[in-house]
Design a protein around this ligand. Structure first.
Ligand SMILES: Nc1ncnc2c1ncn2[C@@H]1O[C@H](COP(=O)(O)OP(=O)(O)OP(=O)(O)O)[C@@H](O)[C@H]1O
Ligand SMILES: [Mg+2]
Length: 462
């Protein structure tokens, strides 16, 4: 039960309250003036204080005002025989949870006590869970407390300790590489190397020897044996970035590594076995790449043992203010600038924008703004046009893409139209233009892939 402090200069009143509330099982302390009460609280705050308003010396209001500072969450119920509306209002302003007039029905007091204790318990619980959530898994350098990012991070937490292959998907700039790093850093392999390979940046002829190494004389220029990245990642993790870009030949070779954990160096005959944990990433929709025959199905299934989809920034806008603060500080520091603030209107615009380039685009916009900023705050004028006026830019883009003479595209015809059929038609167009790539089509339409899939089902689009 709770510890209650009753403060009243009237001994009869103290006795009555002590008896009634003590019966409910609470532990009761009493004080006959404000100063005595303050002393008791300073020795250990009670769970609740019931306090008379008019007392000699430090009165109830004065006591309340003093205690607010050090004990903001201690609930206080004011009890008074001379209450005015103004008193009640002031007591509430000072944080009192209730204001009861004498003479009172003791049941009213009991109810108020129960409520106050309940509220505080609930508040404590909310606070606890907030802090828990916040304390929850937040790998170094990753900002994300939105529900969607929390899901991603808890997935990371679950998959990191395992040896299973992880496939990270998501639009460009969403933070796939950061997630890959977090997986490695939170795995038992974290003291071993994390070897990165950008499959798109290395020409096919070089990729094989980059990955698997080569023997001396394997090809012109191979003057010595060279270890590949798989071998260098032994005991650690290999991050195969842009995996969607590799050629069919490389797909077969990778499949073997995934299946058998072995390979030969280029120009070599010795079979090498390594223990490298594989994390791959792509911004392509591999499922549709498989469907269209551009990506091997068997390799796809070997890769996506543990799939992690990083959501686009526009689907987790609550992360934007924290990202803005973080990168603003970072860029201001790098550029040797003092503290720079963000005007509320700027933040509003940054939050409203749909960020097709995701976190990377946000970084670029902020860096640019810090460079251009001459004052102490980021005003809207420092933002690029597409962020300032997203709608006008979208219109311009739409017109650019569809050529001229399309002014009627957004104008309702005289005889009206069928919105559903327009929507269906636009979805079909987007799918055609993206050659069936749902991620791309969704991006063209400014909706998430899930929304697209939902609508495709709704309109029975294949
Ligand atoms: N949640 C985040 N918190 C802080 N910084 C982030 C976050 N997500 C992404 N970034 C930053 O945004 C930039 C882009 O992230 P990253 O390179 O991981 O994206 P990506 O998904 O791999 O993109 P791409 O597909 O274009 O390679 C990086 O500088 C990264 O540090
Ligand atoms: Mg990347």
């Amino acid at each position: 039960m709770a510890k209650l402090l009753i403060v009243d200069d009237d001994a009869n009143m103290r006795w009555a309250l002590e008896k009634a509330l003590g019966k409910d099982g609470h532990r009761i302390l009493t004080a006959d003036n404000g100063d005595a009460a303050e002393k008791i609280v300073s020795e250990g705050a009670p769970d609740l204080m019931l306090c008379d308003l008019k007392m000699p010396g430090l009165d109830g209001m004065g006591l309340l005002a003093r205690l607010r500072k050090d004990h903001p969450s201690m609930p206080v119920i004011m009890i008074t025989g001379y209450g005015t509306v103004e008193d009640a209002v002031q007591a509430m302003k000072l944080g009192a949870v209730d204001f009861i007039l004498k003479p009172f029905d003791i049941e009213v007091v009991k109810l108020s006590v129960r409520k106050a204790l309940g509220i505080e318990k609930l508040k404590d619980e909310v606070r606890f869970w907030r802090e828990e959530a916040w304390k929850g898994f937040t790998p170094a350098g990753i900002i994300g407390s939105s529900p969607l990012m929390r899901k991603v991070l808890s997935l990371v937490q679950q998959v990191a300790p395992t040896n299973a292959t992880v496939l990270i998907t998501g639009e460009s700039g969403t933070g796939k590489e950061l997630i890959a790093q977090a997986i490695h850093q939170n795995s038992p392999r974290s003291d071993q190397p994390l070897i990165k390979v950008n499959c798109a940046a290395i020409p096919e002829t070089l990729l094989e020897s980059e990955l698997f190494g080569h023997e001396k004389g394997a090809f012109t220029g191979a003057v010595a044996r060279r270890l590949g990245r798989f071998e260098r990642a032994d005991q650690g993790t290999i991050f195969l970035d842009e995996i969607g870009e590799i050629t069919p030949t490389m797909q077969i070779k990778l499949l073997r590594v995934l299946q058998e954990k072995e390979f030969e160096r280029v120009g070599g005959t010795e079979t090498i076995r390594v223990d490298a944990r594989i994390v791959a990433a792509t911004n392509r929709d591999l499922a549709s790449e498989v469907k269209s025959g551009r990506f091997r199905e068997d390799l796809y299934y070997r890769l996506k043992v543990l799939p992690i989809e990083v959501p686009p920034l526009r689907e987790r806008k609550s992360d934007i203010p924290k990202l803005v603060d973080y990168y603003l500080k970072k860029f201001a520091q790098e550029l040797g600038r003092g503290g720079i603030e963000v005007e509320p209107e700027t933040m509003e615009l940054l939050t409203r924008y749909h960020w097709p380039g995701n976190v990377r685009e946000l970084q670029n916009v902020l860096e640019r703004a810090v460079i251009l900023c001459t004052g102490r705050s980021i005003v809207p004028e420092l933002l690029p046009i597409e962020v300032l006026r997203p709608n006008s830019q979208e219109l311009v883009n739409a017109k650019d893409k569809t050529g001229s003479g399309n002014d009627t595209l957004f104008r309702l015809p005289d005889e009206g139209l069928n919105l559903e059929s327009v929507e269906k038609n636009l979805i079909q167009q987007a799918l055609d233009r993206s050659e069936g790539n749902q991620t791309k089509a969704a991006r063209l339409l400014g909706i998430s892939r899930y929304t697209l899939i939902y609508r495709m089902e709704k309109y029975d689009i294949k």
